[in-house]
Design a protein around this ligand. Sequence first.
Ligand code: FAD
Ligand code: DHB
Length: 391
Amino acid sequence: MKTQVGIIGAGPAGLVLAHLLQRAGIECVVLEAQTRQYIEERVRAGVLEQGTVDLLNELGLGERMMRQGLMHYGVELRFGGRGHRIDFADLTGGKGVMIYAQHEVIKDLVAARLGAGGEIIFGARSVSVERLESEKPAIRFEKDGAAKELECDFIAGCDGFHGICREAIPAGVLTTYERNYPFGWLGILAEAPPASHELIYANHERGFALMSMRSPKISRLYLQCKPEEDLNEWTDVRIWDELQMRFATRDGFSLTRGPVIQKGVTGMRSFVIEPMQYGRMFLAGDSAHIVPPTGAKGLNLAVADVRVLAAGLQEFYGSGKREMLDSYSEICLRRIWKVQRFSWWMTSLLHRFQSDGEFDRRRQMAELDYVTSSRAGMTTLAENYVGLPME
Ligand code: FAD
Ligand code: DHB
């Protein structure tokens, strides 16, 4: 088997890349370890930056998102028993974010690719990459028990944090930058109408909490917990009681409760490798970096990487020039570090750190007060939240 670009992983990075290449007339094959059903049901992120929304529309992939997604032009920060709205539209010249679940984006991307005759090989086993330094690198895998080899001009490693591509780069090439946080998020999906029409990020004595949503009838809520929290200790009633305490306001705010239909614990880390390229393999998305979820940047950053990669590949196939491809890491990392900074900052601003003393607590409250009262402070949050411009 032969193709121009072999893409490993059918997450947001791999699938958006496939669509960008298809539009540019560049041939590619997507290999995915899981089944179609599995990736279309995996519950993850839910906030799309304005630039991600615009790109999906530009690619003709936004029809269902525009119908079913919820466009939001602000969020609330809640602390000291009071809410403070950050008005994105006013602060960023009309920009906002779209609330639309990641697995719905995946469904739209898969359907459009298969509908256009594009290839996605699901259930690929024992995937490995070969001859990365050569002109013709290859992907080996097994499908239905048969060993296969896909020869490519380039490989895109879009296989997430636990994938094989990053690991295939020889020792000594990559530098890793990392930070772990001493807490996680317990997340639930509930059949309950959201108690507010916009997202609420709460900083409370008992810890962080976030109220998000998936539709006018389904809430998505998170609360700060221990990294190794045992879900069995959290009955639905305990979860709702804890959330209610953390969102409480002086004027009697009340969450709407309903059956919990899904729950899980997510760890929190910041992680970046440099560079994001080795020979003819380029890493994109979670395979190269992870952000803590506060601010919802993971999916959006994956999409930003592949925009740069697609532009570089388009230049290469159009004119034979490699300048942009050779600058791939450098261009992506400028955005990645700004997004790392923002996700770390939102996490530090809103969570309770056990190690913090009274000084840090008061400093944190002062920062919240500043960010919600100064136009400069609010603008910093808003312009990062809706997404920084692409270079
Ligand atoms: P992924 O979406 O991970 O896609 C990688 C794909 O590669 C997967 O489909 C995987 O099955 C496949 N794959 C892996 N190994 C192989 C292999 N060897 N061969 C072939 N295929 C392979 N972000 C937020 O902003 N907010 C959130 O609330 C949030 N919640 C999250 C919850 C969880 C449990 C996780 C894991 C992530 C969450 N994220 C969240 C992060 C966000 O979902 C990711 O940043 C985003 O999915 C990155 O896209 P990606 O395409 O780079 O990687
Ligand atoms: C969601 C997740 C986030 O990490 C966030 O900051 C906002 C919303 C969500 O899943 O809806």
